[in-house]
Design a protein around this ligand. Structure first.
Ligand code: PGA
Length: 221
């Protein structure tokens, strides 16, 4: 089984989510050997949930607060996500870059994810960034080199394999390590067929239902 995690970032509306599943549902449901996880923006989680209810398609959130609850305007807690999604992205490079997330805050987000039964997908670029990890049960890692995100210039599969192996060695456990950064239907097999790479995290190519269908078909063939 390999993961395909779609990060929709700050895209789509309620209607666009319904349209996406109307076009892609059948292919997503018949794809073999894949754990497909869609990460919509927070307000679109309910409509997406409605669309995937009773199917093996999973949902994830794109972020969560490192705090349990309280006066943190604009934040969303693990408690609020519990039961709505199965996964949560933690420490995506855009969170690090635009919202200055780092170290302790990312560690707190991991703690909150575990506390609320959400599987964390910890995004990292450098092995040192894995120092925040102190629990590995159910943990998923995603190696996402910033130079490859949204640029159309993916890392080489060889380098992704090497980083995945280093990440596992540094944690001392065989956690799933995904690759993310400019993955498309044209290159997904180069990554997903490597035993060291447990799947992919995809942004741009997951937005249009036809391009996502193509990617899922390529990955499962
Ligand atoms: P991309 O984004 O597929 O558009 O490069 C990947 C990501 O940010 O997770």
């Amino acid at each position: 089984m390999k993961y395909i995690i779609a990060n929709w970032k700050m895209h789509k509306t309620d209607q666009a989510v319904r349209d996406f599943f109307a076009v892609s549902r059948e292919v997503l449901l018949t794809a073999k050997g894949l754990e497909i996880v869609i990460c919509p923006p927070y307000p679109l989680i309910p409509v997406a949930r409605n669309e995937v209810m009773g199917t093996p398609i999973k949902l994830g959130a794109q972020n969560l607060s490192g705090e349990e609850e309280g006066a943190f305007t604009g934040e969303v807690s693990g408690l609020q996500l519990e039961g709505l999604v199965d996964y949560v992205l933690v420490g995506h490079s855009e969170r690090r870059k635009y919202f200055h997330e780092a170290g302790r805050e990312i560690a707190n987000k991991l703690i909150q994810a575990y506390r609320h039964d959400l599987k964390p997908v910890l995004c990292f670029e450098k092995i040192e960034e894995l120092a925040v990890v102190n629990e590995t049960k159910g943990l998923v890692l995603a190696y996402e080199p910033t130079a490859a995100i949204g640029t159309g210039e993916p890392d080489t599969p060889e380098n992704a394999v090497s980083i995945a192996s280093q990440a596992k060695a540094s944690l001392g456990v065989d956690v799933p390590v995904l690759y993310g950064g400019s993955v498309t239907s044209a290159n997904v097999r180069e990554f997903i067929t490597r035993p060291e790479i447990a799947g992919i995290l995809v942004g741009g190519a997951s937005l249009d239902p036809q391009s996502f269908i193509d990617l899922v078909r390529a990955a499962s063939s």
